[in-house]
Design a binder for this molecule. Sequence first.
Ligand code: BGC
Length: 492
Amino acid sequence: MDWCRAVVLSTVFSMSWSAEDLTFPPGFMFGAATAAYQVEGAWNVSDKGESAWDRYTHEHPEKIKDYSNGDVACDSYHLWKRDIEMAVELGLKFYRFSISWPRLLPSGYPNHISEDGKNYYNNLIDGLLEKGIEPFVTLYHWDLPMSLTDLDWFSDYARVVFSIYGDRVKWWITINEPLIICDVVFDTGFMAPPIVSPELGAYLCSKNVLMAHAKAWRLYDEEFRPKFHGKVSLANHHIWFDPLTPADAELAELAREDCVGKYTHPIFSSTGGWPPSLEKVLEDVSIKRGYKKSSLPAFTPEEIALVRGTYDFYAMNHYTSRLIRKAREGEALTTWPLGDSPDLGGVVQRREDWPVTTSFWFYVYPEGIRRQLVWLRQKYGNLEFVITENGLSTYAGLDDQDRINYYKDYLRQILLAIKEDGVNVTGYTAWTLMDNFEWMDGYTTKIGLYEVDFSHPQRMRTPRASARFYADLIKKHALDPITVLPLNDTVS
Ligand code: BGC
């Protein structure tokens, strides 16, 4: 860019930005996140058990774009001190990470707690606290112990984690993204475990996951909250849906209920249970397919009461949006929720002006995050909302202006939601602290504030321009033109 264009652009930029109040409310928290399987590596050190993702990537390397796996990943199991250093460099208020269930409970069951696993998370938690950074912990980010793939042992695992770490961890996520572990897994077979069962398995899973979350929340509420006073929720993945034409408005609303409402109505609504409109449509579809009853399993009144109200805040992961339109008679459909929705009879597409990214499922539409927040507030009231994941996948490179623009644009929409729409958003989490094992994309797509050199034995971490942007934003507590802060470029 020549200097003249740069001056014009920066003048326009500072004019349009200074017209708005771009400061975040006092007390608004900024953090960054990772997940155990995506960064820890050390898949078989000490007595760690095998997870569904260990098995899946070892037995089906062809399912991962670059035939890679999380065996070493960022080696955070050994390099956790450097991870804390990066959190300090960024000035994070909290660091969201997940505990690997099979690392802490090698058999999956609470009969044996791994000393090494326990110490690893103790060190990480204590190291963060020493630096004044709050640990924000997810119990389950998809690495299910292989021994448990058919059983419901989640609340026993939760009890172990709450009793070991609950004195110091005040923010908990029970389960990360039911939409991915149920709908994506069972509809597509793209992820572990590779079982395809879109008509039955996906919906059974939806109910089981909600019940598992509710039991863990109630366990915390009864046994741990009185002494530890923490907050517990589950984190949903939100894809915002707009109708392609006005005639598709009802369908878009159904798609929102299928994608988000299915996992929020049972917990956050005053009535509990499935969203009524979705329940009706899925029952009709099931009967048409020859089933005797809906493949969305009914909740009993006791189950409705068990699940309803099991939250202390709302945890929102958001990346992308979609358009939806009614399918034409006989039109071939792909699979939900990354593609079309055969159950709703909807064809899903990108709006032409939404930029694509290096992840096939991911288009950029900043307004989507604001509209999603407003939708949730309208449905469930003004809860405390924490954005628990948001970030951009790109190609490699340290000068990631596109990621900076993504953060700016999405954060600006969050500020509008707070200031114009009165949504009570109290925190924001950048996904992700560092490049990681990006599930079916392996290491081919980059999403970190820090670049990780996966060919380096020490998995060298280097801050990108976006890390400097984020540190500056946190320091100023406001969106502003960028000042480059000195971050540690060389330490691995
Ligand atoms: C998941 C992360 C993942 C991110 C980007 C989220 O849905 O929680 O584990 O890395 O998407 O693909």
